[in-house]
Ligand binder design. Sequence first.
Ligand SMILES: [Zn+2]
Length: 574
Amino acid sequence: MDSSRDQIEEIRGKLDIVDVVGKYVQLKQAGKNYSGKCPFHLEKTPSFIVSPELQRYKCFGCGESGDIFTFVQKIENIDFPETLEKLAKEAGVTLRKQRVNTTYERLEDINKKAAIYFFRQLKDKKGIKALEYVKNRGIKDESIKSFGIGYSPGGIELLSYIQSETKYSKEELLASGLFVEKEGKLRSKFYKRVMFPIRSSSGKVIAFTGRVLPDNDYGPKYMNSPETPIYHKKDNLYGQYESRQEIRKNDLAILCEGTTDVISAHQIGIKNIVAPLGTALTKEQLQKISKLTKNVLFLFDSDTAGQKALEKAFIMSQELSLNTYATNTLPYKDIDEMIKESPKKFLSLVNKKVDAFTYLLTQFIKDKNLTKFSEYRETVSWLEWVLSSVINQDNFLFYVKTVFSITKIDISKKGATKAKNFSEVKCGGLAPKRAGKDAIFLQHLLFLKDKKPSLSFDDKVFADSEIREVILFILNNPECKREDIIKQFENDSQVKNIIEDSIFSFSKESSSIEELQNIYDSIVKDYYQTKELEYNIKIAAAEKTGNVKESDKLFKEFQDLTKEKQKYEQNSRL
Ligand SMILES: [Zn+2]
């Protein structure tokens, strides 16, 4: 454990967060910090700040924050060991293996070996028919390589290949999803099938999709690996590894239905495309996509099932605040067929995407006569159902307008009650989270150019007790550096957050005594104003209740306060 902590620190020391984050987010320098649009939530104005000084990032819109490790783990959607591996590589640090292969790693190894075996079989004599089929489907050599397409002839060879170097137990082999047990013997699950490896987000082979050869009647057309400890179909997408960089680059993910659609699209240069694995799209899969982009284009079949699937996908997307688009390949059966006929048509289809709600609505009313009451009713209740999922208020208003312009149905009143429930995420400017003058004073104090302020500050004027604590510490320790100040409050997460917020949200190089004095003057002014008001109320209350002693005492205090204020005003120039 200790040695792994050392290695984490070693990596941290060799990588700069600005470079690491800069690979994913366009960053602009703003004073000591860098800012950009947050990759974890949708926003128009940048509220994502990277501090080279703290080696941390923070989003003032959605609250995400952390260091290089949390950033990469989140944005790549990988686990911590994978993140460590990736960053170690970038930093040129060789990781000492912490533990010998775990169960997961052994299952991954079995799948990896199988992928190598299948790949070789496709180019072997045994794979002639399979290769012929693959070529007939229009799959090019480069795709065979990049997607690792292979062939499983069945039989016992796979087993002996996998067992040749490392020995795996029967339980492990069964758990890999590649074998079934028949009469006490392990047999290959995939018989005479073209094999498409399914890779995890980090590129490890975790399962397979097997397509039967045309002359084979055994089993379904497509057969996937079963659920295993390393593969859950609801969490994974075909092409999630192969397409992820282009998804991020294009800021758009195309979601289609089939494995071969993904490959065909890649072959004409559309590489931001993924497909669910033989099941309906799940929320987990959408979540995975939402980490790469907030824009999704659904390209489902245009039949009734496709329409239903799209409705569901649209509704699930709302909760994740995704921008959804939709289109179809009509008159072609699917993407694969369309691309074979005309790659150009597919390219323009992607460019001409329409908003998914408009698409769903026009599909829904296509054959409806809205002057007939029953069909009108049906449409209205469908609209209520679909729109009840919309969380974002802007989107909701846009959809209501869309409905009116297309159908002349006004559902804005029905939507009004809904609109109250909107939980809109506000992405404000970059003021420290605790706006207020105290926070701004602290911020300027932290970034003061001249380390020793010749001014004296009266700490009682600061209303916020936590901020006052930090200010006092800084004033008493004028030589203390920002990182030391954070260290000082390491164990008080609330105070630590206040300091971090101040550092993150400061957009200039440094501050001057003049600026600090101006803020202080304003705080003092507020302080006296509040105090005076307080005394006025207290004195009035004492007089009303006839408490002469109390009102005299208060009045004397009030006079002292006024004197104090005048003295301050003479010294500065309030
Ligand atoms: Zn954010």
